[in-house]
Structure formats: C-alpha cells, structure tokens
Design a protein around this ligand. Structure first.
Ligand SMILES: [Zn+2]
Length: 57
C-alpha cells in the first residue's frame, strides 16, 4: 500500500491504490491540510495552497 508523509504535520498517510494517482488530492486526516500527489512512486505529497484548490467538494 502506498504511503507517504504529510508535508505539513509529518503524519503517516496511507493511500489505497486508487488514491495514489498523480494529481489526486486528499485531505490529511491529522491536520486537515489539502494535499496533492506529486509523485506516485515513491509517494510524495505537497500541500495545496488555500485558494488554489479546485471546487471539487
Ligand atoms: Zn497533516
């Protein structure tokens, strides 16, 4: 299972295969930051700046 670290709070983040896709946005379960997958293997996440996020929710 792909796993990475939250760049904001350093929490361990595990994604299912469907979640570890380049450009996929997730929310950190620890700090609530919006993160984007910028690298699939190894999994790397980057914080999405507030205001840049799409209105997907
Ligand atoms: Zn976090």
């Amino acid at each position: 299972m792909p796993r990475g670290n939250c760049p904001v709070c350093d929490a361990d983040i595990r994604l299912g295969k469907a979640g570890a896709v380049y450009g996929k946005r997730i929310t950190c379960p620890e700090c609530g930051a919006t993160l984007e997958v910028i690298e699939e293997d190894p999994l790397e996440l980057e914080e999405v700046e507030y205001g840049q996020r799409d209105d997907l929710y």
